[in-house]
Structures are given as C-alpha cells and as structure tokens.
Design a protein around this ligand. Sequence first.
Ligand code: ADP
Length: 405
Amino acid sequence: MTDRLVLVINCGSSSLKFALLSESDNKPLLSGLAERLGTAEGVMNWKAGEIREQVPIRDGRHSTAMSSLLPLIERFAHQPLVAVGHRIVHGGEHFTGASIINDEVIDAIQQASALAPLHNPAQLTGIDEAMKVFSDIPHIAIFDTAFHQSMPAHAYRYALPEYLYTEHGVRRYGFHGTSHRYVSSQASLLLGMQPDQGAWLTAHLGNGCSTCAILDGQSLDTSMGMTPLEGLVMGTRSGDVDPNLHSHLARTLGWDLDRIDHMLNRESGLLGLSGLSNDMRTLVAAREEGHDGATLAVDVFCYRLARSLAGLAVALPRIDGLIFTGGIGENSPLVRELTISHLALFGLNIDPAANATPPGNPARQIQAANSPAILVIPTDEERQITEECLELLDAKATQPVEQEA
Ligand code: ADP
C-alpha cells in the first residue's frame, strides 16, 4: 500500500503552523511555525527529524511563508502529497465533518466569520495562499466545531428568544472538536474497545480549555459555547461569568464593549486571578513558593474544571473514563490531582505514582484500584486532521460516479 502524505495547515492572523504527515508514521516528517507575520520580523522555524532551521520571512507576508514551504515539502516528502488539510475554527451549523474545499465551502466559512472574526478570515487567507502554491491536489477543511454538531438541542440552545437562534445563529457550537475526538478514540483503543465506543469525559487543557461528554464517538455536550470564551477558566480567558457583568461594567466604570471584550479574553483567566502569569508551569512553581495569587488561580482552575466535568456527566449513561489532554492536562500532576479531589462523588480516585508525569509522557491510565478509568492521552490534532482527510478521500474514491441526466 502506498504511504499517503498530507500537509496540515493552521493559519492565524500573524502565524502559519504546518506539519507534513504520512499515513503510516506517527511522527511528522516536517513541522514548523511561521510567526510575527504582518511585521518585518516575520520568521519561520521548522524541523525535520534532527534538522532544525530558521528562515526569515522579511516581508512578513502569508504568501511568502506559504511559498517558503514548497522547497521544504519537495525536500522531505518522499512522494507527492495527496491533500492539504486546513484547520478551521468555526464552521457554524453548516459542517458536520471534513469537506473538500470549493466555492460553496469558502462561502460557508465566510458566513461563519461573524462568529469567529479573529480566526476564520485568517484561515481563509491560508486556504487562498495554499491553493495557489499546492494547486493540483484537493484542499480539505476540518472544523473545530464539526464534531459537536451531534449535540442535542437541549445542550446547544441558550435560553434566549428563538429568533436569535434561527435568524442570527446564536447557539452553542463548541470547539477543540478535533482534539476531543482524537483522545476519546485513543482511550477506546487503550481500553480494548472499538475506536468509536465508550462513554468519556474529556478535558482539553491548553491555553484554551474545554471539556466534552462523548458517547460512542458522538459529542453530546461541551463547555465552550457560541465562542471559545464560554466555560472553563483558561490562560487569559475568563470562562463563564455572570452575563450581567457587561452592563454592570458599562454602568459603573463606563467601559465600552471593546474594553470588556479585551478584559475577558486577554486579561482574565489564570493571568487575571494570579496577577502573575497565564502559564500553568509558572503558576505551579509560584504556588510551591507560597504565592497567594498563583495558589488561588490553580485552585479556581481545578474546582471549575471539576464542576464542569460533573455537570457534563449528566449527558452520559455511565462513565468509562475521564481523559486529560493538552499542555496542562498532559503535564501537570497537580492539576489532575486537585481536579480529581473534587470528584470523589463519582468514585474517581487517582494513583499518585501513576499520576507523576513519566519521561516521554505516553498515553496511560492513572486511576487507583476500584476507580473508574482516569487517562492521560497526549493529543495530536495534526494526526486526527490527517486521518479525517484520508477518510474523506477514501469515501470519495468509493462513491459511485454520478450519471449525467
Ligand atoms: P495551546 O492551547 O496553545 O496548544 P498547549 O496545549 O501547549 O497550548 O498548553 C499550554 C499550557 O500547558 C501552558 O499553560 C503551559 O504552562 C502548560 N504546561 C506545559 N507543560 C507543563 C507542565 N510541565 N506543568 C504544568 N503546565 C504545563
């Protein structure tokens, strides 16, 4: 069988992340990040095996970053690419899975831009530039929201007037779908089930954080909502607050919406609570030194996380396991321990030795005897995107050719 290659692209307004993956090898053949695009200090760092290099992107243009990729692909791809997979943050209600990018798909991503104004336009730029450079292969969109389209109405509707949903798309969408899907299928395999079997609670804890309830490969509820601000405490995002906070700040401090938006997205979360840092490593170290802000930030983070997981449990008929992933979920024994300490009601109990992060951080179980499974599973969104691209290509290849009328 040929070993098919996929280039995965995640384009932000000032960055371009990429990875070249093969069907058979878990490690990317090439991966990298172009940063500070839009400035004269644009730079691309990449690695392939032991080789690491830095390339200046002097004009700071996305198009230059994308065309700098071509010689790298020619150097490290052992055969032609079969597809380019694009990570897209918001697909609105239009997309329930991976989609080959055509004019209609581009229109739908544009329409969803109102719901993700910081992400979707940048990702459309990435699609546009990549289609120019890699013009003769399919481009496939993979949406962060698509996995959560299986949520029932009672989980995705807000208690707001109906026309805000029907006419303006105001509902809960959820994000991080690629990661929740990946780690839950890995958990199924680890516990000897089929990849789409099992009742899971997942906690993706990176700079952005969300939880999800998954039954037999379907998302039934998740903590993020219409935007990635709802739900858990995150690095700089507040997560849930009283919706009246906005009018209170406007009335009492005279803040406008941009100021409130900035505060909730950039000055809150772990950073706001601790007054020190948005980075969990810094906070765990400062907490050990007795820093009050860091101690409070970690305590609130873990309590609110446990509360979210307990709430999502009502979506499931049973719990086969609780999964931690993302930079914090994979690497912080303290966060896992504190979170589980609030979940004794569910019989969850951690094994301290197994909870310590081993070198290499493999996927593993960390529960004590007679506790439901607690798993640490490193996420791999690029691998999941590659698999979804290949599944879509396979499905297209086996579709009957349409007869002309
Ligand atoms: P992103 O959402 O940007 O992909 P990551 O998944 O890489 O982010 O997660 C970043 C977070 O993971 C940061 O808060 C970082 O401090 C935290 N993290 C990484 N390693 C550790 C560690 N050993 N202990 C605690 N937190 C960690």
